[in-house]
Design a binder for this molecule. Sequence first.
Ligand code: GUN
Ligand code: FE
Length: 454
Amino acid sequence: MKKHYKVIIMGNGYTASGTDSINFFENSLFCINEEGYIEKIYSREDGDYQSLLTHARKSGILHELTSGQFLLPGFIDLHVHAPQWPNIGKALDRPLDQWLQEYTFPLEARYSDTEFARKIYEHLVKTLLANGTTTAVYFATVHREASLELGRICLELGQRALVGKVAMDDKQACPDYYRDESAEQGIKETRLFINEIKNLRGNERSRVLPVITPRFIPSCTSELLSGLGQLAKEMECHVQTHCSESDWEHNFVMDRYGVTDTQALHNFGLMTRKTILAHSNLINDNDMNIISSVSAGIAHCPLSNFYFANCIFPLRKALDRGINTGLGSDISAGHSPSIFDACRHAITASKALNDGVDPQCAPEKRGCPGSAITFKEAFWLATGGGGEVLGLPVGQLREGFLFDALVIDTNCTGSDLLVREQEDASDDILQKLIYNTQRSNICEIWVDGKKLPI
Ligand code: GUN
Ligand code: FE
């Protein structure tokens, strides 16, 4: 038995190791090494359990959860627009193109002021951590300095993050006050940004990664898109963009290129194993083939889709096709900073797609039967699914994975959770946690094996 662990956490917990595979850990010992990885997990039946527990107690490295507390992998938000945080809860009655031009671009333009950026970004990162998001994938703005500041803040506050300086250069689509000056400039700034993120002080372990971020096809010229595609190949870093989100956006790309977003992105070299496609609601079978052939991933953003997508993402189909999929809040097109909420909305949306929604339609014509997902699948998407999309060892309580985790206290003041451990089956307890955990229930956050202040 090795005794060099940094900390040993003892308690009940859950992890998903696939869409339909949940492990329940009962009073287990999670042994975290100096590098922040889960080196071993001992269950009570393991021979070494008792001696390890005694050792951990004696040496002061034991962290014991109390009755009513549950350990889960930290949640992963695959799609957040950090600068849109001040607009949370605003203008959701507008269509996407108006919302962008009238509300979103004017706000994002303000991040030329790095001090303003720091204030907002600090508040957002703290809020996401407190809601259980240990890894976030951010769109920042076109401003390199403010986007770097977001990376610095994630390093300071302890969150794992992927950060993109947004690239957008099309003079017809983007306002003069808010765009890259030219395609060349957008590519140059992105390249600089990637190197600056990699070299940030405190980022020696790459807890913050750079992301190549063409906003979406309608706001970028072909020159910018192909240049960023080349950069993705050269730098081997992550790529993120919006894909086939709404009718307007999808048709815009069909009109311009005569192909779908997915096909166009593929043609520009932007579809890689490290690509994260936000939405992808209107993808067809061929698009799904492209996505799975390169093992790219999808950030499903169910709440935002209710406002801006005109339809519901075919999640069941994507999962059945084995496409890497996770969840995104899509702040501020989505009005919740919680990936617990995203789980609930993913379940609700899939049920609406399954049954259909128009009571005037005959039941047999109303929906797409077979579309509903389960709470277990939602839990997987929020955790291990997100980790798979990113290709990082996060999102599971599993040996060899980084210890990014959250603790839910079902007995906290004002809890909406009523768990009766003697009566509730272990699956039912997890179901209760997924449906009703609120921010106030989240009592601990760990990233890289370190407990963060929240
Ligand atoms: N498409 C292009 N930009 C955006 C954005 O900021 N939010 C959403 N939801 N869709 C977009
Ligand atoms: Fe978005």
